[in-house]
Design a protein around this ligand. Structure first.
Ligand code: ZN
Length: 194
């Protein structure tokens, strides 16, 4: 027996499976969305499902290719507290459609990155720390916004997914790729670099 959907509203989370490194979709260049697609029910549903998925997995960013949809769309939400990334700049849930990133003149800095598509690992990646992002929102509004620090790192990590690039490709020293348990053990001993 099924409950009548209507009278209960939206009672189920729609968590999609996150594909992992090795799945070919993660290595494809995703295609841009047309304006009519951005306004479509399918994309509204995809964004809603991706939001549920991001929250269920406890991530801070999710790109559409990670749920096996090869389109240029990503969500980022950096909580202010209780994050495993500590006290880093928060960002309320933002949907980026067809984003392009411009690196502004800025030195690189590194963070221990992780990825829901590469579970259980952490790697040290250095990236430019000041970027400008041009993107559309779900109402076709155009935005041009600057991001710095950890936000800039998260943005570049997520948008790399739209080009078939994973953070492990950007680790300069492969000795800095660790299992998360080992990373946490070292962090407790105060031996991690950052
Ligand atoms: Zn990722």
């Amino acid at each position: 027996m099924q409950l009548p959907e209507k009278s209960y509203g939206r009672i189920e989370l729609a968590v999609r499976k996150i594909i992992r490194m090795g799945h070919p979709t993660l290595r494809k260049v995703a295609r841009p969305l047309s304006d009519s697609e951005i306004l479509s029910d399918e994309i509204a549903r995809l964004v809603s499902d991706m939001t549920d998925t991001l929250h269920d997995y406890g991530g801070i960013g999710l790109a559409a290719p990670q749920v096996n949809e090869s389109v240029r769309l990503a969500l980022i939400e950096i909580p202010s507290e209780g994050s495993r990334y500590g006290d880093l700049e928060s960002l309320s849930l933002t949907v980026f459609v067809n984003p392009t990133v411009s690196i502004l003149d800025s030195p690189c800095a590194g963070f221990w990155e992780g990825c829901l598509s590469v579970p259980g690992l952490r790697g040290w990646v250095e990236r430019p720390q000041c970027v400008r992002v041009d993107y559309k929102d779900l109402e076709l509004g155009e935005h041009s916004q600057e991001f710095s620090g950890f936000q800039a790192t998260v943005i570049q990590h997520e948008f790399d997914h739209l080009d078939g690039v994973l953070y492990v490709d950007r680790i300069a020293d492969m000795k800095q790729l660790l299992f998360e348990e080992e990373f946490e053990r070292l962090a407790k001993l105060g031996n991690t670099v950052d």
